[in-house]
Design a protein. Structure first.
Length: 167
């Protein structure tokens, strides 16, 4: 698959032909896969070498906001652009000023706590979030370790899914 600049599928290139009538396992919809208790199977999309998942964020405003986040085990927290602070209902007293280290150096940040983060059926409450200047993120939004550390994670790239297991 070849992605366009928005991370959407632009075209599919078939490199080999399999047995007629037999779909490779990666073509099976994750909606048809039954998970075990405590296991959450999350559909994922690729953008380059990264995995994107749909996430429901709830901030102090209590209105759920659905966004696509890049799975990033190198990010300590969920990382969002500053423009989302108001959308999630954060007021200045909900956030503290700070600094954070990024791949491009140390930058100013606003830090707070999301009421909850839902990734499919995997839910975590009181999740740390860091807001960075929109230009510093270059359009990215990150699902970091403040959420991921609460689960054991398996990236099943071949089948386009991420499996989160309760700890």
């Amino acid at each position: 698959m070849v992605d366009d600049d928005r991370g959407e599928i632009d075209k599919v290139i078939i490199l080999a032909v399999g047995e007629a009538g037999v779909l490779p396992r990666s073509d099976v919809s994750s909606a048809n896969i039954v998970s075990s208790p405590g296991e959450h199977i999350i559909p994922a999309r690729r953008r380059g070498s990264h995995q994107l998942v749909d996430v429901v964020l709830v901030g102090p405003g209590q209105a759920p906001v659905t966004v696509s986040l890049m799975v990033d085990t190198g990010a300590s927290t969920v990382v969002l652009p500053a423009s989302m602070m108001r959308v999630l209902g954060f007021s200045p007293e909900d956030l503290r000023d700070g600094w954070t280290q990024t791949a491009n150096g140390r930058v100013r940040a606003k830090m707070g706590m999301l009421a909850s983060v839902d990734v499919g059926s995997a839910v975590a409450e009181e999740v740390k979030v860091t807001f960075l200047d929109d230009q510093k993120l270059g359009g990215s939004k990150l699902l970091g370790m403040s959420f991921l550390q609460r689960f054991r994670m398996t990236i099943d790239d071949a089948n386009g899914r991420i499996i989160l297991s309760d700890r």
